[in-house]
Design a protein around this ligand. Structure first.
Ligand SMILES: [Zn+2]
Length: 356
């Protein structure tokens, strides 16, 4: 699958936090033949192993889940919902959503709004909160709703089909963090016929948007010597935000984290990433401190501590119905990750872990 198709397919697949099954199935298909082992743990993390020539362990991580919704109450014939992850609820009214029932059917609905015709000027200025909102699936009676098979606890996502616009831009709902998942898939494809001097574990993690949940479990299970998290991170390079508040920029290449809200990356690791980028003429930028958090926030604290790095593809409008990614930023991120993995054994990082 080419890069653009990969980004489109991964963005479109249904997978809010805790309900990542369809993402996991798609990734399993996409990595077929690239790795030696494929495992799934009790948290739903998909863990692949590519055996190398030593038993040192390098772990790569990206999260499969996206921000979504969950049906919280049936107020027939409408549905109340809560958020799975950090939405700005002001963006939700008027959106089309897809609800996944327990039997796996997808039911379309609309987050209901009040037409301007029946609102006063004052009502039109009111900002809706989640508890003011509801999903309408077009039912007019409780029976009709029951026929659709919708139950409390059913997950939902905003329906935003991805599309390629121009030659190098993809718009879609879930590049946080399907962009990171796509980086790992492309990397595994590139390494298909190589033997690395360490075992390479690739974790497609669950539940990041609800508090880095899957990553905590996978880091304990894998117990890596070095770990690198791949993200789709916050590009807010628009005129309404002061430059010092812009964590990253679209079109400026992979984003290297120095400090975010969950980790201070070891300075030697940051310097190593910079050197690899410079040696290979790969553009890069820093994620301006201190915004956001990633799975590395829990991975670096697991067991006796894990040396971690974080690299991301810049994405505009994450945690909203539609986000924008540049294919060139994505390709450069794959390049940087590939070269980091090739040069990693020379750093000494793999011998740092205290094992008593
Ligand atoms: Zn993310």
């Amino acid at each position: 699958m080419n890069t653009k198709e990969l980004l489109v397919s991964l963005s479109n697949v249904f997978g809010p936090a805790g309900f990542e099954d369809e993402v996991r199935s798609l990734i399993k298909e996409l990595i077929e033949g690239f790795v030696d082992e494929v495992h799934e743990d009790t948290s739903g993390n998909l863990i692949t192993i590519k055996r190398g020539t030593s038993n040192q362990k390098v772990m790569l991580d990206a999260h499969m889940d996206e921000v979504g919704l969950v049906i919280s109450h049936i107020q027939s014939p409408f549905l109340k919902f809560q958020l799975l992850g950090g939405w700005d609820a002001r963006l939700l009214p008027g959106q089309k959503v897809l609800i996944k029932t327990r039997s796996g059917n997808k039911i379309s609905g609309v987050i209901g709004t009040i037409p301007p015709h029946v609102q006063t000027q004052e009502e039109m200025r009111k900002v809706f909160e989640v508890h003011d909102l509801f999903i309408d699936v077009g039912a007019t009676s409780e029976e009709e709703l029951l026929l659709k098979g919708i139950t409390v606890g059913d997950p939902a996502v905003v329906f935003s089909p991805a599309e390629l616009t121009g030659e190098d831009t993809v718009i879609g709902k879930a590049f946080d963090d399907r962009a990171g998942c796509a980086v790992l898939i492309k990397l595994l494809e590139r390494l298909k016929n190589s033997k690395l001097p360490y075992d390479l574990y690739t974790v497609f993690a669950t539940g990041e948007e609800l508090g880095l949940r899957g990553a905590k479990v996978s880091a304990y299970n894998v117990d890596p010597d070095f770990s690198l998290s791949l993200e789709g991170t916050i590009a807010v390079d628009n005129p309404n935000i002061s430059p010092y508040k812009q964590p990253s920029h679209l079109g400026k290449g992979p984003v290297i984290t120095i400090v975010d809200r969950s980790i201070v990356v070891n300075q030697k690791v940051v310097m190593f990433f910079e050197e690899v980028a410079k040696r290979n003429s790969i553009p890069y930028q820093y994620k301006t401190p201190i915004f956001g958090s990633t799975n590395a926030g829990v991975i670096h604290l697991e067991r006796g501590g894990v040396l971690c790095g974080v690299i991301a593809v810049p994405v505009r409008y994450i945690h909203s119905p539609l986000s924008i990614v540049k294919v060139a930023d994505f390709e450069y991120t794959v390049d940087l990750l590939y070269n980091i993995l090739i040069e990693l054994p020379g750093t000494g990082f793999l011998n740092k872990k205290l094992r008593l």
